[in-house]
Design a protein around this ligand. Structure first.
Ligand code: SF4
Length: 327
């Protein structure tokens, strides 16, 4: 079986948020004020997540990314990854803020994790603390070192660039990639922040990032699969490391979108910017059989949005911020 939408796009990539909790409070994601976390019983249990992962696998989903909030704050995530491996999921990855990686990396690798993305929005400890509202810079950097010495290397480092906050570090991040042999990915700031401070002037276009790095270290494009979100580059001088540019605002890639999301409270979001959620949890808890769930998921995916409409006049940010959707 395969999942398609009405535009003919096949859905092969599922992002699974296993928690809405996070110990970071990044300014481009969360509010300074405490959010209303979902009550524990609103969050999908591990048996429910195991079952849904199995059903999505039968529907042709090949890639599963474990996200949050911060996935490593929920006990049992390694066992869930082992379950995905045992299901035969081809590509198992995780997005994390990295602060627990030094002590968890080995267990994640033996559980079957294949790829990891670590958020790091500044190489300056003081600025990192201002962006994340934590004092965990050193533990994140340690986590990156541990990953680089593991089977998960090369680490993918995600930096969300916000004009006036960390856009002056573009070349420093490029040096970081060259010196540490990591994949340095620059993500355009998206209108998903809880405080709705996003506006276009805060976006650092991917083309500008490319220009600024290329001027100092010429870049060569690496061929990529059309459904991948990042445009990838190597350094023409042969230096280690890679540069990835993710440009959802200035160069939308919705036409080839192969992704849907499952939120921690059991809703399907067919697009990061969906205006509505589709309630899978209630169906599950009302005793729906696998066939009913398959029918529901298939019908929901058929109505997947064409794109995010960020550049349209009638665009309104979704009613969920990033921490309640997952990366
Ligand atoms: S914005 Fe929506 S449609 Fe576009 S790539 Fe992201 S998830 Fe897909």
């Amino acid at each position: 079986m395969a999942l398609h939408d009405k535009f003919g796009r096949q859905i092969t990539d599922l992002r699974i948020s296993v928690t809405d909790r996070c110990n970071f409070r990044c300014v481009y994601c969360r509010s300074a004020d405490p959010e209303n976390y979902r009550a524990k019983d609103e969050i999908l249990s591990w048996p429910e997540l195991y079952r849904l992962a199995g059903i999505f696998k039968t529907l042709g989903v090949r890639k599963m990314r474990v996200t949050g909030g911060e996935p490593l704050v929920r006990p049992g995530v390694e066992e869930f990854i082992s379950h995905l491996r045992d299901l035969g999921v081809e590509d198992i990855s995780m997005t994390t803020n990295g602060h627990l990686l030094s002590e968890r990396c080995a267990r994640l690798v033996s559980a079957g994790l294949q790829r990891i993305n670590i958020s790091l929005d500044s190489l300056d400890a003081a600025k990192f603390e201002r962006i994340t509202r934590t004092k965990l810079f050193a533990s994140v950097m340690n986590g990156i070192d541990v990953v680089q010495a593991s089977a998960l290397a090369p680490a993918k480092i995600n930096a969300v660039l916000v004009r006036g906050i960390n856009d002056n570090e573009v070349q420093d991040f490029a040096v970081f990639a060259r010196e540490r042999d990591v994949v340095m990915r620059f993500i355009e700031f998206m209108p998903l922040d809880a405080d709705h401070h996003w506006n276009r002037s805060l976006v650092v276009p991917a083309a500008e990032v490319h220009r600024r790095i290329h001027a100092r270290w010429p870049l060569e494009e690496i061929p990529h699969h059309y459904s991948e979100t990042a445009r990838k580059y190597r350094f023409a001088d042969g230096a280690p490391g890679e540069i990835g540019l993710i440009a959802p605002v200035t160069q939308p890639f919705c036409g080839h979108c192969s992704r849907i999301r499952l939120t921690a409270d059991g809703k399907i979001r067919t697009c990061l910017f969906s205006k509505e959620d589709h309630d899978l949890r209630s169906l599950l808890r009302e005793g729906a059989g696998d066939e009913d769930l398959v029918t529901y998921i298939t019908s929901v995916v058929m109505e997947k949005e064409e794109g995010h409409r960020i550049n349209e006049k009638d665009f309104h940010p979704p009613n969920r911020s990033m921490v309640f959707i997952g990366g």
